[in-house]
Ligand binder design. Sequence first.
Ligand code: SAH
Length: 468
Amino acid sequence: MQASFERTSWFPIMLRLEGARVLVVGGGNVAANKVQLLVPTGALVEILSPTLSPELERLVGAGKAQATRQDATVENLAVRLPGCRMVYLATSNSQLNATLSALCQSMNIPVCAVDAPDVSSFITPAMTTRGAVQIAVSTGGAAPVLARRLRAKIEEIMPAGLHLLAAFMQHSRLALRKQVPDSAIRRRVWERFLDGVGGSLAMAGDSQAAQQELDRILREGHAKTGEVWLVGAGPGNPDLLTLAALRLMQDADSVLYDNLVGPDVLNYVRRDAERVFVGKQTNNHTLPQGGINAELIRRAKAGERVLRLKGGDPFIFGRGGEEIEALVDAGVPFRVIPGISAANGCAAYAGIPLTHRDCAQACLFITGHARADGTLKLAWETIALKSQTIVIYMGLTLVNQLCVRLIEHGLPADWPAAIVERGTLPNQRVLSGTLSTLPQLVADNRITSPALVIVGEVVKHRVVSAPT
Ligand code: SAH
């Protein structure tokens, strides 16, 4: 281990760079990353490099930075150093970086040789910025990957609209102080605002609605407002949750979830939120849709923040549309957060590109759910086409009928078809065959729900990545 790693003497500060000359030596992607970090500060960025990456060309072209297209030599750097606030060294030659760093340090100019803390006088932390709120994570150069991991964790708990919320609260502060002179009551008003819809409205950038909510709280005093969050939980693997889903899962008072939402995902819901299973398996006695709608409305009106967690995406075969219609009719505020649908998740984890320019110009999502008479009634003429990929949700039960109909309507019997069972989960299974062999494969392998059928030549382009 190098001696420098034992130093603990890095001192974190926030440097004002507006109008300051900052030199970036190097013209590749590493240099571009640093320039991108510097530009928002208003620094005067000067790049020294004989060549520039396309991103740097773009930044220079847009007037965000200046470039001197010369070799990074001691002489070329030396003439530019006087008056410089700091220097980044990002050439691909570490020996050169070290030499140039020594020159900067001899002139007492802060210098960072990228990925070489031992020859740097400052290092760059992993950063998270939400407007004026900035968090920097450093491991003293010892483990940048760890710093980036920690930053990702911090970003998870810092919603993207936080700066909008801070700006809204700052803007409303003076008026509120006049309206509510008592500071304790003012604090309660803000807490109610943040606990209710106000915080999420302001974070979503809707300051007008946020203001209305604040006015309402002031008028009504203590009434609690509930709302419903219709959130897509993705196909089952918690890695595929969105940051918005995760945040609402942490904030909810109660969660109504389907059978597609597995325990791995539910683990991320706030511990003391009430959990209500409203799964829609045909064989058990759970709430029918009307009952689910009524329960969402009842809870929201009682002041709860209700998380309606759905497998995949709420608007893709998820009956999300019906639920929000009911909420609108009842005057209950709601938000919809998209999720990764089974088609996207299964295709990616099975290695099947849903469109491939050689064979699929379109991709169709269809339902294989039977009608009351047990048949599939679909627009077969537009579905059974060779130029497209067909993704069938809920197609397991009628997989035989499905394949037969597709052949009857013109697709060849040896047309590629695959089924993905429990896509994206650790025990995912993928079987591929043809329209004529798939039903037998499904039976022989006892494929169970949830399973997604994918039909089309893209199945032949399946790529299975090597284990890492
Ligand atoms: N709203 C969901 C779909 C609900 S319909 C979405 O956007 O994904 C339910 C069907 O989705 C299942 O019958 C199955 O065909 C498919 N499905 C959902 N999750 C799946 C998974 N992990 N693996 C395979 N198929 C899945």
